[in-house]
Design a protein around this ligand. Structure first.
Ligand SMILES: Cc1cc2nc3c(=O)[nH]c(=O)nc-3n(C[C@H](O)[C@H](O)[C@H](O)COP(=O)(O)OP(=O)(O)OC[C@H]3O[C@@H](n4cnc5c(N)ncnc54)[C@H](O)[C@@H]3O)c2cc1C
Ligand SMILES: Cc1cc2nc3c(=O)[nH]c(=O)nc-3n(C[C@H](O)[C@H](O)[C@H](O)COP(=O)(O)O)c2cc1C
Length: 799
């Protein structure tokens, strides 16, 4: 199409009150134009669009009921028209491995993009917004009279690029290929259809948006796309391919394309756009501000791009209302707009990122691994914004059906007979968190582990009364497995002089006393974590003067590591461990494991995380050796794997052995989540039954991204890709978190640390909170059980 290029402003359009020019007549530009004009008719508002009025790409867009409420408040007339045109639907349907599974309560609305734009265009015209079509605007300098220029020119924004040095856009191109199609086949649910081909999986995101048409977005990873030679396919061939792949769902209906705008392949890569700055004052004294896709994009997996664009327009209008519609305050208005919208869009982009990644990896991570029921659960919770209890609120019947399915697929509980749930009298209700888990000869009564936590309260490595009370209380508190803190196989393997050890009879007897107590008074299992401090040894307890990781004021012992690199900048330099030294340490681990078995422990964990000795061998940041124990990942793993294999050989065959790793160093050049999959696979092959997926503490330069359940993605990935059971840990603090993680198959167990320091009976408390009563309390405490359950029931927080 030949376009007129606008060289200079139409001065007649820009002469009264505020002169506002929106470049780009998508949802953002049109909606902002009409909102401003509706509030202050004296403003001169112009929207310049390079396309013709009814010429647009794309099919339908979706947004949630919440966006509609916001729009009603700001322009009731547009909202009413949009609402009339909307197709509402509540259900999500999965088509997968010959099954159809449906979940209700998701509350979406869909509208044709053309229809939406036409409503906005008509409203603009009715209000007196000047719409200039078929005109391309390439520079803000072409509008010297304008007070405000809104760059609402979409994802490839010319104005953003023109001032890229100021706006500092960050554009990330994602690996999947997608094509945005339509079909006359109608669907009564938001449908996700997954199809396996000889080269991998494809998925379609399908939703109806008017009486005659549904959107049909087909997506696959780039290698799958290339293997099918779709890079060489024209539009027709691409349509034919998709039609044949999704024939069963299309039932003879065609797929249609209207991507006339796109040159080259109709298959695109999603680009995530974010910007450091959102506005500037230009050389002509005008203000230029970015809006909508020009400043941020959100992946269609979360369907929020249009919502974000409309909400940008609302917020900018709100700020004008707040600060006044005067030229002098535009800078303040734009600062406030940026401050508020940047935070909100980042939140949505983060959620969209998780959802997008799920669709990018599902082909190799979930499709083959998960049963349709669990696949559906995993897909619904992909953004980690919808939790287990959230799903219960949306569709109680579906969730309880899934809970029953999950419970049937877990080993039957030996010691806590589930009771019938009021809404499902035919089968007992067991939330995923309270399903048992069996590994080797050990059946854990539920999925909660007290994470190992150093207490720095032993004397000469011998645990005493403190540990008996501390561990005993937690064993009574409802967790299935209580893990002891890192315990050293030799005196110099301790972190501090107050850490427990297991190299002599006194230590073994003290442990045996505690293990016996736990076995006699609870149905919890108790495990020992064995670890050697390496470069982080010979330090103080965290509460001692100077704090954690600082060398002792006196009586320091020689510390050893993979390389002569200190943990702290300027800290003590460890000696480099020789092969003979490694052999001696490996033997000390074996002897400690033998003592642990004699002490009666049910579980052994090898600590290969957090920068201690074995971790220091694994990470490239701390292992700079150039012998057979350094260099490639497999060489760096050699010593830790030798220790693991030696433990497996000596630790009783009927008892489980887990390995804790740092799945991410959170430092450039350190261990990555990709390598963590290799690391997990190697430990599994060396005899590990489970991988406990922690991260960090290897380098003081780490920059972890904390957040709830922030390490769970590592457990998920390792479980699916290395095919080894995993323990998730880190900021798991509610039953809702545990249920979501276990039900989705992101991990097999959840280790809960700090919440157990605050409350030894964390599991019992959470059971009462979600209304799960069959959980066993110590007889001595039963009076409190009924009271606690009643309190939650009165507060209405139990399920
Ligand atoms: C496959 C796919 C599916 C999507 N699905 C959804 C969904 O379900 N829900 C949802 O909310 N969002 C969805 N989106 C995103 C949504 O389309 C955008 O987020 C939304 O349109 C952004 O609005 P905007 O006004 O910022 O930009 P756009 O809608 O892109 O509008 C920009 C306008 O500017 C014009 N323009 C560009 N440059 C110039 C210039 N130099 N001069 C004049 N005019 C110019 C363009 O022609 C265009 O009309 C989807 C996007 C894709 C790619
Ligand atoms: C006081 C304290 C001591 C810890 N000691 C150990 C330890 O000995 N071994 C270990 O692997 N992790 C140790 N950790 C890490 C925890 O096991 C857990 O991974 C971490 O606290 C994150 O879980 P949370 O968010 O539930 O607390 C310790 C954590 C704390 C708070």
């Amino acid at each position: 199409m030949h376009r007129r290029v606008l060289q200079a402003p139409d001065s007649k359009l820009l002469e009264r009150a505020l002169k506002i020019v929106c470049i780009g007549g998508g949802p953002a530009g049109l909606y902002f134009g009409l909102l401003m004009k509706s509030r202050h008719p004296q403003h001169e508002v112009t929207v310049i669009e390079r396309n013709r009025p009814y010429d647009t790409f794309g099919w339908g867009v979706v947004f949630s009921d919440a966006t509609m409420d916001n729009m009603c408040e700001w322009d009731a007339e547009t909202a009413a028209q949009i609402q009339q045109a909307f197709n509402h639907w509540n259900d999500i349907e999965l088509v997968f491995k010959g099954r159809r599974i449906r979940c209700k309560g998701h509350g979406f609305v869909g509208i044709g993009r053309k229809h939406l734009l036409n409503i906005l265009q008509l409203r603009c015209e009715a209000l007196g917004v000047q719409l200039v079509f078929d005109t391309e605007a390439l520079s803000d300098a072409d509008f010297p009279d304008a007070d405000l220029i809104v760059a609402s020119d979409g994802i490839h924004s010319t104005l953003r690029q023109r001032h890229a040095a100021h706006f500092r856009p960050n554009i990330v191109s994602r690996p999947n290929r997608y094509i945005w199609l339509g079909t006359p086949q109608l669907f009564d649910a938001f449908t996700f259809d997954f199809r396996k081909t000889a080269h991998g999986w494809f998925q379609a995101h399908i939703y109806r948006f008017d009486e005659k048409t549904s959107t049909f977005i087909v997506e696959c990873p780039e290698p799958v796309w290339l293997a099918h030679r779709l890079d060489q396919a024209d539009q027709e061939a691409s349509l034919a391919f998709c039609q044949s792949l999704f024939a069963e769902t299309l039932q003879g209906a065609p797929l249609l394309s209207n991507a006339r705008h796109s040159r080259g392949s109709a298959w695109l890569n999603f680009q995530r756009v974010s910007c450091a700055n959102w506005w500037l004052g230009n050389d002509h004294g005008a203000h230029l501000v970015l809006m909508g896709d020009a400043v941020h994009t959100a992946h269609f997996a979360i369907g929020s791009g249009t919502k974000l664009a409309l909400e940008d327009a609302i917020e900018l209008t709100r700020q004008f209302e707040r600060h006044g519609h005067h030229r002098e305050v535009i800078g303040q208005v734009l600062s406030a707009y940026q401050a508020l919208r940047q935070v909100e869009t980042q939140r949505i982009q983060n959620a969209a990122w998780n959802a997008m990644e799920w669709f990018e990896v599902c082909g190799h991570r979930y499709c083959d691994q998960l049963e349709p029921e669990q696949f559906m659960y995993s897909m619904l919770t992909r953004s980690q914004r919808i939790s287990h209890e959230n799903l219960r609120r949306r569709d109680r019947q579906w969730l309880e059906g899934y809970e029953r399915w999950f419970a049937r697929h877990a080993p039957q509980p030996g010691n806590n007979a589930p009771e019938a749930h009021p809404n499902a009298p035919e089968e007992p209700w067991v939330p995923p968190m309270f399903t048992p888990f069996r590994i080797r000869s050990i059946t854990l009564k539920n999925r909660v582990v007290v994470s190992p936590m150093a207490q720095y309260s032993a004397t000469d490595g011998v645990v005493g009364d403190f540990h008996r009370v501390h561990l005993g209380a937690r064993a009574l508190g409802g967790a299935a497995l209580v893990m002891l803190e890192m315990t050293a196989p030799s005196p110099e393997g301790r972190i501090t002089p107050h850490c427990p050890g297991l190299w002599n009879d006194a230590q073994q007897e003290a442990f045996a006393g505690i293990v016996d107590w736990v076995h006699a008074h609870s149905d919890a299992r108790i495990g020992l974590q064995l670890g050697h401090s390496g470069p982080k040894g010979s330090t103080r307890a965290p509460w001692e003067h100077g704090g954690a990781d600082q060398p002792l004021p006196s009586h320091n012992w020689t510390i050893r590591s993979a390389s002569a690199l200190p943990y702290l900048r300027g800290g003590r330099i460890p000696e480099v461990l020789t092969p003979e030294g490694m052999q001696a340490i490996s033997e000390s681990f074996v002897q400690a494991a033998q003592r642990a078995a004699l002490a009666g422990f049910d579980w052994l964990e090898l600590h290969c995380a957090h920068g201690y000795l074995l971790s220091a061998f694994i990470s490239p940041l701390t292992n700079r050796r150039n012998d057979d124990y350094g260099g490639t990942l497999m060489k760096r793993l050699r010593f830790p794997l030798e220790v693991c294999a030696a433990l497996r050989a000596t630790w009783p065959q009927h008892l489980p052995l887990s390995v804790r790793i740092s799945a991410h160093d959170w430092v450039e050049g350190g261990t990555t989540p990709d390598e963590a999959v290799e690391i997990a696979r190697a430990f599994r092959n060396a005899g590990a039954d489970m991988i406990d997926c922690s991260s960090g503490q290897v380098s003081v330069d780490q920059q972890p991204l904390y957040g709830r359940m922030y390490q769970t993605p590592f457990a998920d990935r390792i479980r699916q890709e290395a095919r080894v059971p995993t323990i998730a840990v880190g900021a798991i603090s509610e039953a809702d978190h545990v249920n979501s993680i276990i039900a989705s198959g992101r991990a097999d167990l959840c280790a809960v640390g700090r919440p157990h320091l605050a409350n030894p009976a964390w599991t019992l408390l959470e059971a009462a909170r979600i209304g799960y009563r069959p959980v066993q309390w110590p007889h001595q405490y039963l009076a409190a059980k009924r009271q606690l359950e009643a309190a939650f029931e009165r507060a209405g927080t139990s399920s």
